[in-house]
Design a protein around this ligand. Structure first.
Ligand code: ADP
Length: 328
């Protein structure tokens, strides 16, 4: 059975982008067809200015939401990165295999570092080395596939490069992984600025649908989405990003095709209304299950404890082999 690994960062509340770009595929496809691990990557949340209590709270919330979304602990392993030491152990070896040039070329680093400097802040070294830790996350489990949104494919490419380089230089140790983005909504855009992605760490609330928003709030956000001055409904991600985003969201909620859907609408108003309802209906069961899980914290504790133990057992042989291969 193929091995799948993917992760989510507890830097903010989970969004519709996280759900449609990643979690939905984990729930509907990956946990059934693969030996799958899903990880709340809390170490990655320390790469930017953070509040310790908030990171802890958001990690717990993210893990609870993954279970609420339908990841089943009987089918897959849902765990928290910092509970498994092997990630940090292997990350250092990845830093010894990677070059500073390839780290600096990462788009996410360039964007986040620029934003941080604009604010007058300093850039943490871990923001630069983030892809080494992400490569370790993936390679520690002999991962074949990494289901992620398009924004993460560059990092998975780097993990591939590092696996190949390590294997060539020190002997075959790692499986070479590949990214598998979803076909629809691999990049959900901000509703108020459809040229930038809907990211959970941004502060632009009105453009972001959070998984735990009240249904009324979600509706309002979708109905107020920025479109353009045309009136006909055409699917064109370049020229008409706002409308294309709504079509992508609607299609991903109902499993349809965005281009085909565009032909069934004659006004932006009707499209927004249907997209809003589709989002509310999609997330209703998740919200109900989240509430039930929050009322049973002992269950979530036990799931995470058992999963961490299982993950540790899977990762240790790969990481031990890498330590031996590299000369330790
Ligand atoms: P974020 O950018 O919200 O902090 P993470 O880095 O935690 O997200 O990514 C978790 C998963 O969600 C990744 O697979 C990422 O590709 C996906 N993802 C995040 N934002 C979006 C988006 N706007 N559209 C599609 N997928 C997304």
């Amino acid at each position: 059975m193929k091995r799948v690994f993917s992760g989510i960062k507890p830097t903010g509340h989970l969004t519709l982008g996280n759900y449609l770009g990643a979690v939905q595929q984990w729930v509907e496809v990956d946990q059934h067809q693969a030996d799958a691990l899903f990880c709340v990557v809390d170490l990655h949340a320390l790469t930017v200015d953070h509040d310790p209590a908030r990171v802890r709270r958001l990690s717990r919330q993210a893990a609870t939401l993954l279970l609420a979304a339908g990841l089943d602990p009987k089918l897959c392993t849902v765990f928290v990165q910092s509970h498994v030491d092997e990630h940090a152990r292997l990350s250092y070896l990845m830093e010894c295999v990677a070059t500073d040039g390839e780290m600096r070329r990462m788009i996410q680093y360039k964007e986040k570092a620029a934003r941080e400097r604009e604010r007058g802040g300093s850039v943490r070294l871990s923001l630069l080395t983030y892809p080494a830790l992400m490569a370790a996350d993936i390679l520690a489990y002999g991962t074949d596939e990494v289901p992620v949104g398009e924004d993460q494919t560059q990092h998975v490419e780097l993990a591939r490069d590092l696996a190949v380089r390590f294997n060539q230089r020190y002997g075959h140790t790692f499986t070479v992984p590949k990214a598998t983005p979803p076909k629809v909504a691999a990049r959900v855009m901000n509703l108020q600025d459809p040229t930038s992605k809907m990211g959970k760490s941004d502060d632009s609330g009105p453009g972001i649908v959070y998984l735990l928003d009240e249904p009324e709030v979600m509706r309002k956000k979708v109905l107020r989405a920025v479109t353009d001055s045309h009136t006909d409904v055409v699917y064109d991600r370049e020229a008409r990003p706002g409308v294309a985003n709504l079509l992508d969201i609607l299609a991903a909620c109902g499993g349809g095709d965005p281009e085909a859907l565009s032909g069934t609408y004659t006004s932006y108003g009707a499209l927004k209304k249907d997209a809003a309802e589709a989002v509310v209906e999609l997330l209703r069961p998740l919200q109900e299950r989240h509430k039930a899980l929050c009322a049973d914290p002992g269950y979530v504790d036990e799931v995470l404890r058992a999963a961490a133990e299982q993950a540790r057992g899977m990762a240790r042989p790969y990481v031990d082999a890498a330590y031996r291969a590299i000369g330790l």
